[in-house]
Every structure is written in C-alpha cells, then in structure tokens.
Write a protein that binds this ligand. Structure first.
Ligand code: URA
Ligand code: SF4
Length: 202
C-alpha cells in the first residue's frame, strides 16, 4: 500500500470506529421494543472493526446481560475453543447477535423484536464490511438469510448463501452443541467451508 493509500485507509477506519461507537451509544438508550424494560445492559458486539468474519448469534443471555458483552457465558467459552482451533481471534473477527437485549428467561426473540432491532443490525454489518458472515443457529442465520420455516435448519449447512453480496455460512449455535456434543464434528466441517469461502473472497 502506498503512503497516501495508507492515510486514506486510516481515515476510513477512524470514521468506521466513530460511527460504530455512536450507534452503540444510541443502542444503550434504545427503547424501541419491550426488551428495554427487562434488560440490564445492551450487548452491541465485540472484536475487530475491520473483520474478516462476523459471527451472528441470537440474543444476549444472563451473563451477557450482566456484562454487556456477547458470548461470555458457557456457550461463549465453547465458541472461543472453535475460534482458537482455527487460529482466529478478536483481532480478525467480530461477534454480535440478531438483537441487542436479553429476552426474559432466554425465550426466543419475537419477530417484532428482531424487526425493531434490524436497523442497528444492518448498519453494524454495513460498517464492519466482513468478507464472510457466519450464522450461529437458526435465529442468527435467519436474520441474514430468509429461512423457510418448514425446512430443517441443518439443511442450510454446506451451502454458501448471501446477505447483500457477502457470503454467509450456517453452523450450529454453541448452546445447541453443549446439549448435543456429538454434533460438534459438523461445526468443524462448517468452519472448513467458512475458511475456504474466506480464502476465495479475499
Ligand atoms: N447466545 C447468543 O446467541 N448470544 C450471546 O451473546 C450469548 C448466548
Ligand atoms: Fe432496542 Fe434492540 Fe434492545 Fe429492542 S432489542 S430495545 S430494538 S436495542
């Protein structure tokens, strides 16, 4: 990169950092849906602001609600092991959810809640500009690619889907693998496809 290209890239990153910061401030005060009444903290996202991969989960759980950080509970620790198995870390990836506030008792997010939160979700991905997206489970993936509710989620695996021209890979949610550990091999297959897709899209 020439020095003038370098300066431009630096300035672009400053704008991206500032915009992500300001959306996250708006989210902290958001009351567009009922979840604002029961949340402790909003959970915006964590990781690189110039990521190769963005992972999309469902919604904050109890630990995330307390800390304001995504995937810090048991599921998050399992996700960390998947990342380190493939030499990925938060300098290269970003982790976020379909919605920013915890649903009471970890119930599934309602379509109306996902819709209310969608503006933030889309802006965040637009700014992060990942090379590849990875949906963690039906809700995270389904926020990126419209899902046929009659089709088993597993059928989405092994195929490169798209969200606004960005390739999307489906894998299982870590919470599901905590309950069905024999399925973890499939997650590793999905990570292989994820890395292959990344290589083809760099
Ligand atoms: N499950 C999710 O989908 N997201 C989190 O941040 C934590 C658990
Ligand atoms: Fe706002 Fe999203 Fe939280 Fe609902 S879930 S209050 S839309 S930030």
């Amino acid at each position: 990169m020439s020095s003038s290209e370098n300066i431009k890239a630096c300035n672009d990153m400053k704008i991206i950092n500032t915009e992500l910061e300001s959306i996250s401030k708006v989210v902290e005060n958001c009351d567009k849906c009922e979840l604002a009444k029961t949340r402790i903290k909003t959970v915006f996202g964590k990781g690189s602001h110039n990521p190769l991969i963005v992972f999309v989960g469902e919604a904050p759980g109890a630990e995330e609600d307390k800390t304001g950080m995504p995937f810090v509970g048991r599921g998050g620790r399992l996700l960390d092991t998947w990342l380190s198995k493939y030499n990925l870390n938060l300098d290269m990836v970003y982790i976020m959810n379909a919605i920013k506030c915890r649903p009471p008792k970890n119930r599934d997010p309602l379509p109306s809640e996902k819709e209310a939160c969608r503006f933030y979700f889309e802006k965040q991905i637009e700014l992060l500009k990942p090379k590849v997206l990875c949906g963690l489970g039906r809700h995270g993936f389904g926020n990126l690619v419209s899902l046929d509710s009659k089709l088993a989620y597993g059928k989405m695996r092994g195929i490169v889907h798209h969200y606004k021209n960005i390739p999307v890979i489906a894998t299982y949610h870590p919470a599901y693998i905590l309950r069905s550990s024999k399925e973890q091999e499939k997650v590793f297959e999905d990570f292989q496809l994820l890395l292959e897709t990344l290589k083809n899209n760099q």
